[in-house]
Design a protein around this ligand. Structure first.
Ligand SMILES: CC(C)(COP(=O)(O)OP(=O)(O)OC[C@H]1O[C@@H](n2cnc3c(N)ncnc32)[C@H](O[C@H]2O[C@H](COP(=O)(O)OP(=O)(O)OP(=O)(O)O)[C@@H](O)[C@H]2O)[C@@H]1O)[C@@H](O)C(=O)NCCC(=O)NCCS
Ligand SMILES: Nc1ncnc2[nH]cnc12
Length: 304
């Protein structure tokens, strides 16, 4: 296990529902989820995002903020997995009501560790759902692959968009942008079974690895493909529709013009990074989907 978290860090929610959960062994799934977040933050250069080169379009967080955040939330991925595993009798949408308090408690641990900075709110939601789905599938001894994992996430989130449709509150960016433009953000991606990952980033990532390219090259290509296709509410929150169109069209133009972004010449990505910094645009949602991409590819490589 990369990080250990004091047992007292788990919330009362977990203690009430699963009092023995902290005595359960760390899972390989949680280690994989933690590694997926580390792979993402270490990848450099990521246009507009925090990486080892700079903080992208962020003046409130840096590389170390993400490391501290990952340390704080790492243990929670075990809790998500066991929650899915120990509630195998529940069907899809009933699971969401059980795990949501866990996710909110994990968000709290993140905010405490980062002094209130939102580093991984979306990642906790998306990767947390993946861990719940894996626990649920494994407990039921169902087939496990990237398709069944994402289908189980879609089943868990089958009613989640209702909260956007019926809610009058616009407390978060996601809720506000749904009312303004109809974007469903992280909720929509999960309810659709991470189709942006399944259709775009995962196939490209796996194909490049099979061709012998480095993990960095495969991850950079996957990120650019995600930025070209993902309706990232982080980008819209900062730059409106104009900002989203700029990110998607520029990413696609670079993919068309350069094909691959190889270590010997990453200039186009550094230039794109500076453009997004100048425009205060950050594709945080695509960064999360990149972690999901790496996780699904690695899980299958380890287990099939
Ligand atoms: C379901 C919730 C998580 C939804 O929260 P919210 O109402 O805020 O909805 P969204 O805005 O749609 O999404 C929240 C975060 O999800 C990421 N995201 C955005 N678009 C997409 C997309 N199309 N696909 C996938 N993921 C997406 C994104 O998160 C990442 O970016 C954040 C960091 O970037 P930054 O720009 O700094 O963000 P801010 O600080 O907010 O902006 P600034 O002030 O700096 O300008 C970081 O979170 C990354 O992860 C979106 O931010 C929520 O309602 C919920 O239920 N939470 C509880 C958890 C839970 O339910 N868990 C259960 C499963 S275990
Ligand atoms: N590296 C990163 N920079 C900014 N926002 C993010 N959200 C997730 N990963 C991120």
């Amino acid at each position: 296990m990369l990080f250990s978290v004091a047992q007292s860090d788990t919330s009362s929610v977990v203690q009430q529902r699963l009092p023995f959960i902290n005595q359960l062994p760390a899972t390989r799934v949680a280690t994989l989820a933690t590694t997926a977040l580390l792979k993402e933050i270490y990848l450099t250069p990521k246009p507009g995002l925090v990486d080892r080169h700079n903080s992208g379009a962020h003046n409130d967080m840096d590389f170390q903020t993400f490391i501290v955040s990952i340390q704080a939330i790492s243990k929670w991925f075990d809790n998500f997995y066991y929650c899915g595993y120990l509630h195998k009798e529940l069907e899809g949408s009933s699971l969401l009501n059980v795990i949501r308090p866990l996710g909110i408690a994990c968000e709290k641990a993140m905010f405490e560790a980062t002094q209130g900075i939102n580093t991984h709110k979306g990642a906790i939601f998306s990767l947390g759902l993946i861990c719940v789905a894996l626990g649920h599938l494994e407990a039921r001894r169902e087939q496990v692959n990237h398709v069944t994992i994402c289908n189980r996430v879609a089943s868990i989130c089958q009613n989640i968009l209702n909260e956007l449709v019926t809610s009058n509150r616009q407390k978060t960016a996601g809720e506000r942008l749904y009312k303004l433009y109809g974007f469903t953000g992280a909720r929509g991606e999960a309810a659709a079974g991470f189709t942006t990952v399944i259709q775009y980033s995962l196939p490209i990532y796996i194909a490049l690895l099979r061709q012998g390219h480095s993990e960095q090259t495969a991850l950079l290509q996957a990120l650019m493909v995600l930025m070209a296709h993902n309706n990232d509410t982080n980008v819209v929150a900062r730059g409106g529709l104009e900002g989203l169109i700029f990110v998607q069209e520029t990413a696609q133009k670079l993919l068309d013009q350069y094909g691959l972004f190889l270590p010997e010449d990453l200039t186009p990505l550094f230039t794109f990074d500076q453009q997004l910094i100048d425009k205060n645009l950050s594709p945080g949602g695509s960064a999360d989907l990149l972690s999901i991409t790496w996780f699904l590819a690695q899980y299958e490589a380890n287990n099939l």
